[in-house]
Design a protein around this ligand. Structure first.
Ligand code: 7PJ
Length: 272
């Protein structure tokens, strides 16, 4: 297994979200310059982050498209600045040119909500040989929440991920580089999201690290009636559940608090 996923104690890894976008739903416009992004990365490092996920494209429902140049302009200076901290950096993108530019300046992982389905993405990862997270999404960000439909959400998502893993292997990407993600909130109703979380351990069957991104998402708002800035408690509850179900990477905004959840989880695990 690739070093980014290797972890002797089997402790889940915390991926901290660093969005460099003017329109992200929860921290949009707070870190859109290098100094602020750097400051936030330092904070997350102190809080126990394992991987920084840097993104320049908002994928929230209705978000505007971003050009290749714009995305590169947003993230490259931030990666250059932040890499001195020595934290592994993941780049949250679907564009092959952005993947390449980010890896050139120091990113060591690609997180793709479109599971390498965009032009040249498979070939680029095969060439760069970096770890990659394949996420499931139904539809496109602009319209994905309009009427999500599945025969059987767990089975459908699993089949999609299996197909994308195969496509990766056929393109020359080693299985040891791949992690998988059911894509909470990406073309899913609350019921779909809850079923996926309940059955998250079923995905262990694929024998690949599972990444779970639930932090502050609208499914938490639907359950708790809280606005996005008051979804910390809900986010921690689902982070704990994801850890129990075997997720290896938890993608979050609130690193310090999630780290406490991880400590409790590991303490309980050490008993068994
Ligand atoms: C996810 C993501 C997720 C992965 C976003 C948000 C929306 N990447 N990028 N998994 N979500 N792998 O943070 O709410 O769930 S952007």
């Amino acid at each position: 297994m690739h070093s980014i996923y290797k972890n002797q104690s089997c402790s889940p890894l915390i991926m901290g979200i660093l969005n460099i976008t003017p329109d992200s739903f929860s921290d949009g416009n707070q870190y859109n310059n290098e100094d602020q992004a750097y400051g936030r990365a330092v904070e997350m490092q102190k809080a126990g982050v394992d991987i920084l996920d840097i993104g320049g494209e908002s994928t929230r429902p209705g978000a505007k498209d971003v050009s290749i140049e714009q995305e590169i302009e947003r993230i490259v200076p931030v990666i250059q600045r932040v890499k001195s901290l020595g934290i592994p950096i993941s780049v949250d993108t679907s564009k092959s040119e952005v993947m390449r530019a980010a890896v050139e300046v120091g990113a060591s992982m690609v997180n793709d909500v479109r599971a390498l389905q965009e032009k040249n993405a498979l070939a680029t990862i095969a060439e760069l040989q970096v770890p990659v997270c394949l996420m499931h999404m139904q539809g496109k960000p602009r319209s994905m929440q309009q009427s999500p439909q599945y025969q059987n959400v767990v089975k459908d998502v699993m089949e999609f991920l299996q197909k994308r893993v195969k496509a990766c292997e056929n393109a020359g990407i080693n299985r040891s580089l791949i992690s998988i993600d059911p894509g909470f909130g990406f073309g899913k109703t609350l019921e779909h999201n809850l079923e996926l979380l309940d059955c998250l351990a079923d995905f262990l069957e694929l024998e690949l690290p599972i990444l779970a991104g639930l932090s502050r998402k609208s499914m938490l708002g639907q359950m708790t009636n809280q606005p996005v800035e008051r979804r910390l408690a809900g986010s921690l509850a689902v982070a704990q559940i994801a850890m129990e179900k075997g997720a290896r990477i938890i993608r979050v905004h609130d690193v310090a608090e999630t780290n406490d959840v991880r400590q409790v989880f590991m303490a309980m695990k050490s008993l068994s």
